[in-house]
Write a protein that binds this ligand. Structure first.
Ligand SMILES: C[S@@+](CC[C@H](N)C(=O)[O-])C[C@H]1O[C@@H](n2cnc3c(N)ncnc32)[C@H](O)[C@@H]1O
Length: 239
Protein backbone atom coordinates (compact mmCIF):
# COMPACT_ATOMS: atom_id res chain seq x y z
CA UNK A 1 0.00 0.00 0.00
CA UNK A 2 1.08 3.59 -0.35
CA UNK A 3 1.33 6.60 1.93
CA UNK A 4 0.51 10.17 0.78
CA UNK A 5 4.29 10.83 0.66
CA UNK A 6 4.78 7.87 -1.68
CA UNK A 7 1.87 9.04 -3.84
CA UNK A 8 3.57 12.46 -4.13
CA UNK A 9 6.84 10.79 -5.09
CA UNK A 10 5.13 8.63 -7.76
CA UNK A 11 3.37 11.72 -9.16
CA UNK A 12 6.64 13.68 -9.32
CA UNK A 13 8.47 10.80 -11.04
CA UNK A 14 5.61 10.32 -13.49
CA UNK A 15 5.74 14.01 -14.42
CA UNK A 16 9.53 13.71 -14.95
CA UNK A 17 9.00 10.63 -17.10
CA UNK A 18 6.43 12.47 -19.21
CA UNK A 19 8.87 15.33 -19.75
CA UNK A 20 11.66 12.88 -20.63
CA UNK A 21 9.54 10.94 -23.14
CA UNK A 22 8.12 13.99 -24.88
CA UNK A 23 11.57 15.58 -25.13
CA UNK A 24 12.69 12.66 -27.39
CA UNK A 25 12.30 13.01 -31.17
CA UNK A 26 8.62 12.17 -31.69
CA UNK A 27 9.36 10.26 -34.89
CA UNK A 28 11.46 7.75 -32.89
CA UNK A 29 8.53 6.82 -30.67
CA UNK A 30 5.34 7.45 -32.63
CA UNK A 31 3.49 4.27 -33.57
CA UNK A 32 6.38 2.19 -32.15
CA UNK A 33 5.38 0.42 -28.92
CA UNK A 34 8.77 -1.23 -28.36
CA UNK A 35 10.51 2.15 -28.67
CA UNK A 36 8.13 3.66 -26.09
CA UNK A 37 8.61 0.70 -23.72
CA UNK A 38 12.41 0.93 -24.06
CA UNK A 39 12.34 4.72 -23.53
CA UNK A 40 10.49 4.15 -20.24
CA UNK A 41 13.20 1.62 -19.26
CA UNK A 42 15.92 4.11 -20.17
CA UNK A 43 14.30 6.66 -17.86
CA UNK A 44 14.03 4.20 -14.96
CA UNK A 45 17.61 2.95 -15.41
CA UNK A 46 19.34 6.29 -15.91
CA UNK A 47 17.14 9.06 -14.58
CA UNK A 48 14.87 7.82 -11.81
CA UNK A 49 13.83 4.39 -10.56
CA UNK A 50 10.14 3.51 -10.84
CA UNK A 51 8.09 0.41 -10.01
CA UNK A 52 7.77 -0.67 -13.65
CA UNK A 53 8.00 -4.26 -14.94
CA UNK A 54 11.60 -4.34 -16.15
CA UNK A 55 13.00 -5.84 -19.35
CA UNK A 56 14.35 -9.07 -17.79
CA UNK A 57 10.99 -9.83 -16.19
CA UNK A 58 9.17 -8.86 -19.35
CA UNK A 59 11.25 -11.40 -21.30
CA UNK A 60 9.92 -14.17 -19.01
CA UNK A 61 6.32 -13.17 -19.77
CA UNK A 62 7.05 -12.56 -23.46
CA UNK A 63 8.39 -16.11 -23.92
CA UNK A 64 5.19 -17.48 -22.36
CA UNK A 65 2.97 -15.35 -24.59
CA UNK A 66 4.84 -16.14 -27.79
CA UNK A 67 4.48 -19.86 -27.01
CA UNK A 68 0.76 -19.67 -26.15
CA UNK A 69 -1.49 -21.65 -28.52
CA UNK A 70 -3.95 -20.55 -29.78
CA UNK A 71 -2.33 -17.09 -29.83
CA UNK A 72 -3.12 -14.66 -27.02
CA UNK A 73 -6.18 -12.48 -27.68
CA UNK A 74 -7.31 -11.12 -24.31
CA UNK A 75 -4.95 -9.80 -21.64
CA UNK A 76 -6.06 -8.40 -18.28
CA UNK A 77 -3.58 -6.29 -16.37
CA UNK A 78 -4.07 -5.25 -12.74
CA UNK A 79 -1.88 -2.17 -12.13
CA UNK A 80 -1.16 0.10 -15.10
CA UNK A 81 0.95 2.77 -13.34
CA UNK A 82 2.72 4.70 -16.16
CA UNK A 83 1.84 2.04 -18.72
CA UNK A 84 5.23 0.33 -19.20
CA UNK A 85 3.96 -3.24 -19.16
CA UNK A 86 0.70 -2.27 -20.92
CA UNK A 87 2.69 -0.80 -23.83
CA UNK A 88 4.88 -3.92 -23.86
CA UNK A 89 1.81 -6.22 -24.08
CA UNK A 90 0.67 -4.13 -27.06
CA UNK A 91 4.12 -4.51 -28.64
CA UNK A 92 4.06 -8.29 -28.16
CA UNK A 93 0.56 -8.55 -29.66
CA UNK A 94 1.71 -6.44 -32.61
CA UNK A 95 4.65 -8.84 -33.08
CA UNK A 96 2.15 -11.72 -33.15
CA UNK A 97 -0.56 -10.19 -35.36
CA UNK A 98 1.08 -7.29 -37.24
CA UNK A 99 -0.23 -3.71 -37.32
CA UNK A 100 -3.81 -4.58 -38.29
CA UNK A 101 -4.81 -6.55 -35.25
CA UNK A 102 -8.12 -8.40 -35.16
CA UNK A 103 -10.86 -6.54 -33.25
CA UNK A 104 -11.05 -9.21 -30.56
CA UNK A 105 -7.38 -8.79 -29.60
CA UNK A 106 -7.38 -6.53 -26.53
CA UNK A 107 -5.48 -5.56 -23.42
CA UNK A 108 -7.63 -4.25 -20.55
CA UNK A 109 -5.43 -2.57 -17.96
CA UNK A 110 -6.76 -1.37 -14.61
CA UNK A 111 -5.49 1.61 -12.60
CA UNK A 112 -6.90 3.45 -9.59
CA UNK A 113 -4.78 6.61 -9.76
CA UNK A 114 -6.29 9.16 -12.22
CA UNK A 115 -2.93 10.83 -12.85
CA UNK A 116 -1.41 7.50 -13.93
CA UNK A 117 -4.48 6.78 -16.04
CA UNK A 118 -3.93 10.05 -17.91
CA UNK A 119 -0.19 9.52 -18.43
CA UNK A 120 -0.48 5.88 -19.47
CA UNK A 121 -3.18 6.78 -22.01
CA UNK A 122 -0.86 9.44 -23.48
CA UNK A 123 2.01 6.93 -23.80
CA UNK A 124 -0.27 4.24 -25.26
CA UNK A 125 -1.52 6.76 -27.83
CA UNK A 126 2.04 7.80 -28.68
CA UNK A 127 2.87 4.12 -29.22
CA UNK A 128 -0.07 3.86 -31.65
CA UNK A 129 -1.83 1.03 -29.80
CA UNK A 130 -4.82 2.88 -28.30
CA UNK A 131 -7.25 0.71 -30.28
CA UNK A 132 -5.90 -2.39 -28.57
CA UNK A 133 -4.76 -1.28 -25.09
CA UNK A 134 -7.60 0.13 -22.96
CA UNK A 135 -6.94 1.80 -19.61
CA UNK A 136 -9.85 1.54 -17.16
CA UNK A 137 -9.89 3.81 -14.14
CA UNK A 138 -10.84 2.42 -10.73
CA UNK A 139 -10.30 -0.77 -8.74
CA UNK A 140 -9.48 -3.61 -11.13
CA UNK A 141 -12.15 -5.89 -9.67
CA UNK A 142 -14.91 -3.35 -10.37
CA UNK A 143 -13.69 -2.67 -13.91
CA UNK A 144 -13.49 -6.39 -14.64
CA UNK A 145 -17.03 -7.04 -13.34
CA UNK A 146 -18.30 -4.22 -15.58
CA UNK A 147 -16.43 -5.48 -18.67
CA UNK A 148 -17.82 -8.95 -18.06
CA UNK A 149 -21.40 -7.68 -17.53
CA UNK A 150 -21.13 -5.71 -20.80
CA UNK A 151 -19.98 -8.84 -22.62
CA UNK A 152 -16.65 -7.22 -23.56
CA UNK A 153 -14.56 -9.84 -21.73
CA UNK A 154 -15.80 -13.39 -22.19
CA UNK A 155 -12.46 -15.16 -21.72
CA UNK A 156 -8.92 -14.42 -20.56
CA UNK A 157 -5.71 -15.75 -22.08
CA UNK A 158 -3.34 -13.98 -19.72
CA UNK A 159 -3.97 -12.15 -16.45
CA UNK A 160 -1.09 -10.06 -15.11
CA UNK A 161 -1.01 -9.13 -11.42
CA UNK A 162 1.13 -6.09 -10.67
CA UNK A 163 -1.03 -3.95 -8.38
CA UNK A 164 -1.09 -4.00 -4.56
CA UNK A 165 -0.25 -7.54 -3.50
CA UNK A 166 -3.18 -7.99 -1.07
CA UNK A 167 -5.51 -7.89 -4.09
CA UNK A 168 -3.69 -10.59 -6.12
CA UNK A 169 -5.58 -13.59 -4.71
CA UNK A 170 -9.08 -12.01 -4.54
CA UNK A 171 -8.69 -10.74 -8.12
CA UNK A 172 -7.43 -14.13 -9.35
CA UNK A 173 -10.44 -15.74 -7.67
CA UNK A 174 -12.77 -13.19 -9.26
CA UNK A 175 -11.51 -14.31 -12.69
CA UNK A 176 -12.23 -17.90 -11.62
CA UNK A 177 -15.76 -16.99 -10.41
CA UNK A 178 -16.51 -15.27 -13.71
CA UNK A 179 -15.34 -18.48 -15.45
CA UNK A 180 -12.96 -16.57 -17.69
CA UNK A 181 -10.00 -18.95 -17.60
CA UNK A 182 -9.57 -21.86 -20.02
CA UNK A 183 -7.00 -24.64 -20.09
CA UNK A 184 -3.79 -22.97 -21.27
CA UNK A 185 -4.61 -19.51 -19.82
CA UNK A 186 -1.77 -17.89 -17.90
CA UNK A 187 -1.71 -16.02 -14.59
CA UNK A 188 1.53 -14.07 -14.29
CA UNK A 189 2.42 -12.19 -11.10
CA UNK A 190 5.20 -9.77 -10.25
CA UNK A 191 6.62 -9.01 -6.79
CA UNK A 192 5.58 -12.31 -5.21
CA UNK A 193 8.97 -12.33 -3.41
CA UNK A 194 8.99 -8.67 -2.35
CA UNK A 195 6.85 -6.97 -1.07
CA UNK A 196 5.40 -10.49 -1.38
CA UNK A 197 1.98 -12.01 -1.98
CA UNK A 198 2.13 -15.07 0.35
CA UNK A 199 -1.55 -16.06 0.13
CA UNK A 200 -1.49 -15.85 -3.70
CA UNK A 201 1.78 -17.80 -3.89
CA UNK A 202 0.53 -20.51 -1.52
CA UNK A 203 -2.67 -20.84 -3.58
CA UNK A 204 -1.05 -21.20 -7.02
CA UNK A 205 1.83 -23.34 -5.72
CA UNK A 206 -0.77 -25.70 -4.21
CA UNK A 207 -2.35 -25.88 -7.68
CA UNK A 208 -5.48 -24.08 -6.44
CA UNK A 209 -7.87 -25.30 -3.77
CA UNK A 210 -10.11 -27.61 -5.76
CA UNK A 211 -11.58 -25.48 -8.54
CA UNK A 212 -9.38 -24.10 -11.31
CA UNK A 213 -6.07 -26.01 -11.27
CA UNK A 214 -2.66 -24.37 -11.70
CA UNK A 215 0.80 -25.55 -12.59
CA UNK A 216 3.00 -22.82 -11.15
CA UNK A 217 6.67 -21.99 -11.58
CA UNK A 218 8.84 -19.20 -10.13
CA UNK A 219 11.26 -17.54 -12.56
CA UNK A 220 14.21 -15.72 -11.02
CA UNK A 221 15.47 -12.78 -13.02
CA UNK A 222 18.90 -11.31 -12.37
CA UNK A 223 17.79 -8.06 -10.81
CA UNK A 224 20.01 -5.67 -8.85
CA UNK A 225 20.68 -6.85 -5.24
CA UNK A 226 17.79 -5.99 -2.97
CA UNK A 227 15.38 -5.47 -5.83
CA UNK A 228 12.42 -7.82 -6.35
CA UNK A 229 13.26 -10.39 -8.99
CA UNK A 230 10.74 -13.26 -9.08
CA UNK A 231 8.03 -13.62 -11.71
CA UNK A 232 5.45 -16.29 -10.90
CA UNK A 233 4.00 -17.97 -13.98
CA UNK A 234 0.94 -20.16 -13.34
CA UNK A 235 -0.57 -22.11 -16.21
CA UNK A 236 -4.21 -23.15 -15.91
CA UNK A 237 -4.29 -26.92 -16.40
CA UNK A 238 -7.96 -27.62 -15.56
CA UNK A 239 -11.11 -25.52 -15.15
C1 LIG B 1 3.69 -1.74 -9.49
S1 LIG B 1 2.64 -0.54 -10.21
C2 LIG B 1 2.28 -1.20 -11.79
C3 LIG B 1 3.44 -1.12 -12.75
C4 LIG B 1 3.05 -1.36 -14.19
N1 LIG B 1 2.54 -2.69 -14.41
C5 LIG B 1 4.23 -1.08 -15.11
O1 LIG B 1 4.97 -2.03 -15.48
O2 LIG B 1 4.45 0.09 -15.45
C6 LIG B 1 1.14 -0.79 -9.30
C7 LIG B 1 -0.03 0.11 -9.70
O3 LIG B 1 -1.24 -0.55 -9.30
C8 LIG B 1 -2.20 0.41 -8.95
N2 LIG B 1 -3.21 -0.28 -8.13
C9 LIG B 1 -3.09 -0.75 -6.88
N3 LIG B 1 -4.19 -1.42 -6.49
C10 LIG B 1 -5.04 -1.41 -7.56
C11 LIG B 1 -6.34 -1.96 -7.80
N4 LIG B 1 -6.99 -2.67 -6.86
N5 LIG B 1 -6.91 -1.75 -9.00
C12 LIG B 1 -6.26 -1.04 -9.96
N6 LIG B 1 -5.02 -0.51 -9.79
C13 LIG B 1 -4.42 -0.69 -8.61
C14 LIG B 1 -1.40 1.49 -8.24
O4 LIG B 1 -2.08 2.73 -8.24
C15 LIG B 1 -0.09 1.49 -9.04
O5 LIG B 1 -0.07 2.49 -10.02
Amino acid sequence: MTTPAMQDMFAKRAAELREFIFSQPRSDLENNPWAVAHAIDTFTENVGHMMTFNQKKLEVAQAQLLAQQPSTRTILEFGTFVGKSAVAWGAILRDIYGKNMPEDVNVYTFEMDPQMVALSRELIKLAGIEDVVHVLEGPGSESLKKLHAEGKVIGVDMAFFDHWEKYYLPDLQLIEELKLFHVGSLAIADNTDFPGAPDYLKYVKAGGYGGVKYDSKSFETASKPGRPSTVEVSTIVAV
